[in-house]
Ligand binder design. Structure first.
Ligand SMILES: Cc1ncc(COP(=O)(O)O)c(C=O)c1O
Length: 392
């Protein structure tokens, strides 16, 4: 069924799969659990032969991911790490990557403890500095991988500036867009070649799914990554593809609310005497505020804050009632973590210290609850420690 072209991301998200089932008119696209497909004849195919190679539900999801990110090809994986691992398999022994130093600890772990064994070298740099990235590029460098906002310190990298730098040095430019999602930031439109997602986070949005994605700007690279996906097999199963399709329908709406609530909470935290520093790109004094305002349409739901001492950080984690002390992010429910011992535990202690990922730093994934309720919870947790109620 042909449809009118819609420029609105909200409309395109809601309409994923609608009108595809012409036989029944079903509004929700079906789950195809079939592992294999009957051939009409010898040398003939319906377009689907074996589910690792292709599955109609996954196809719909992959096309939707490509559409939302403004890319040519989407690929859905069983986790964000599966997507990143498949991407790293694109490189060869002796190749060198430049990667954000403020990044998810699992990405660091797979590069240092697995890919380094196969001769893939990585340098970790402050990718909020074009000069630092340029200085790290060697004759062997094949790609730049950034997270922006960074994790957990929310530093902002200049996507368009880095895209120019990559083009000048013939580097593949990869952006992990997990934190802002295409609802707020579309790196491919700013010059990136590949977007990576832990779809476990905002794309899934309900803390009930583990998934990952790659989206390429051009078809040729998409085909090369598809070859790796099909050859190594870390595909997203059809049931999970369906769940992710359902989640994507509310993505723009959720991101808007995550952003508004995070700003409110960041401003409140700034006024608390036990809080030394708040890291949120939506705050005017954040060093990346101007840049993120230009390259994204919102600031997202992630913020970090440093309290006066590690004991207080622990106390907060133990006292919160509504907010869950749990890893992950991007769900409808608010989660808090201690990055130094959880998400970034695999980064060496001295490196964490240098970056400012200390034991007093807490990371909050602001959910969709009423912000006033979240503030009440934070307030009671902070006041338990000081023995007094702190009014914002
Ligand atoms: C920015 C980012 N990229 C990638 C990953 C890995 O994704 P997954 O946990 O879905 O494997 C994570 C996980 O936390 C992440 O935060």
């Amino acid at each position: 069924m042909s449809k009118i072209a819609c420029s609105s991301l909200a409309t395109r998200s809601v309409q994923i799969g609608v009108g595809h089932d012409e036989q029944t008119g079903g509004i929700s696209f079906p789950i195809y659990p079939s592992a294999t497909y009957r051939h009409p004849g010898v040398g003939q195919s319906t377009g689907y032969d074996y589910t690792r190679s292709g599955n109609p539900t996954r196809q719909l999801l992959e096309d939707a991911l490509a559409d939302l990110e403004g890319g040519a090809r989407g690929l859905a994986f069983s986790s964000g790490m599966a997507a990143l691992t498949t991407l790293f398999l694109h490189f060869s022994s002796g190749d060198h990557l430049v990667v954000s130093e403020d990044l998810y600890g699992g990405t660091y772990r797979v590069l240092e403890q697995i890919f380094a064994k196969f001769g893939l070298q990585t340098s970790y740099v402050d990718t909020t500095s074009l000069a630092a990235v340029e200085a790290a590029v060697t004759a062997q460098t094949k790609a730049l991988l950034i997270e922006t906002p960074g994790n957990p310190l929310l530093g902002i990298a200049d996507i368009a500036g880095l895209a120019d730098l990559c083009q000048a040095n013939n580097l593949l430019f990869v952006v992990d867009n997990t934190f802002l999602t295409p609802a707020l930031q579309r790196p491919l439109e700013l010059g990136a070649d590949v977007v990576v997602h832990s779809a476990t986070k905002y794309l899934g949005g309900h803390s009930d799914l583990c998934a990952g994605a790659l989206v390429t700007k051009d078809e040729e690279l998409g085909e090369q990554l598809y070859f790796l996906q099909n050859s190594t097999g870390a595909i997203l199963p059809p049931q999970d593809c369906w769940l992710l399709i359902r989640s994507l329908k509310t993505l723009p709406l959720r991101m808007e609310r995550h952003s508004a609530s995070a700003l409110q909470i960041a401003q409140w935290l700034q006024r608390q005497p036990q809080v030394e520093k708040v890291y949120y790109p939506g705050l005017g004094e954040h060093p990346g505020h101007q840049l993120v305002s230009q390259q994204a349409t919102g600031f997202g739901g992630m913020l970090s804050f440093r309290v006066s001492d590690p004991q207080l950080a622990e106390q907060i984690l133990e006292s919160l009632q509504l907010i869950s002390f749990a890893e992950s992010l991007g769900g409808v429910e608010t989660l808090i973590t201690l990055p130094a011992v959880q998400t970034h535990g695999d980064i060496p202690a001295e490196e964490r210290e240098r970056l400012g990922i200390c034991n007093s730093l807490l990371r909050l994934s602001v959910g969709l609850e009423e912000p006033a309720d979240l503030i009440d919870d934070l307030q009671q947790a902070l006041s338990q420690f000081s023995g007094r109620v702190v009014y914002g």
